[in-house]
Design a protein around this ligand. Sequence first.
Ligand code: SF4
Length: 281
Amino acid sequence: MAEGQAARPTPLAATSPFELRVNLGANVPESDVRTALATGDMGFLHSFTTGSTVDGPGVRVVAWTSGCMWRCLYCHNPDTWTMSNGIPVTIANATAELRKYRRGLAAMSGGFTLSGGDPLMQHRFAAKLFAAAKAMQIHTALDTNGYYGDRLSDAELDTIDLVLLDIKGWDPERHRRLVGMDVGPTLEFARRLAARRRPVWLRFVLVPGLTDQSDDVAQIAAFAGALGNVERVDVLPFHQLGRHKWGQLGIDYQLGDVRPPSVESIERTCAAFRAAGLNAH
Ligand code: SF4
């Protein structure tokens, strides 16, 4: 981090992750970005929201990191892909911000969720922030695609009370076409979380024509059902809320004609997870 940056007030203010945010960290020198990534003393946050009821149990504060190596065709926050789009925030400032909400979160049986982007792109920062949250007795949740799960040590994993794990597909080829990366590391991380008995909420985005193949859903359900630590499954219907960002960023958006899934399709998918003994919504 460059001299003087740590003293700057955190420009962190609650905002919607649906707002397009670009180049907020573009003035941070590349060498400082590398140092930040190696130490976790500074992170890059796309946005920061309070009052969420959909990112873990209770009412939650959510920090959305910037940086993601995946390229999901349905991503609704493509402005989080580039780390330098995020606001540079020191770990001290992020911790101080979180401290303000400590009592309220406890009263609302909530906690802190780190989402993204993918937070494990900045795994040192994530680990430090979770440790700080736990030291304040705040419930912690990590929302991740799991690809970089092996970057966290077992001790670091134990500071995370809940993992919101996105499994986006099963068939290796279809998964690669959908997100640009292999599914293997995600499944490996899921197995590791199961072996360590860490609670997981599985998230599955249902996209007509892309992820609704019944074979794939059944395989994911069987896999998740056998893990023994998946407390619930959220079937998330595809939507077009992030479409404008693709246009604004000048990225080719391939799903312009895809409609949200029908109620029947959502119910069928939930039923497949329930058939595997899971609690699906
Ligand atoms: S993993 Fe999440 S942030 Fe990354 S491309 Fe996919 S949907 Fe977007």
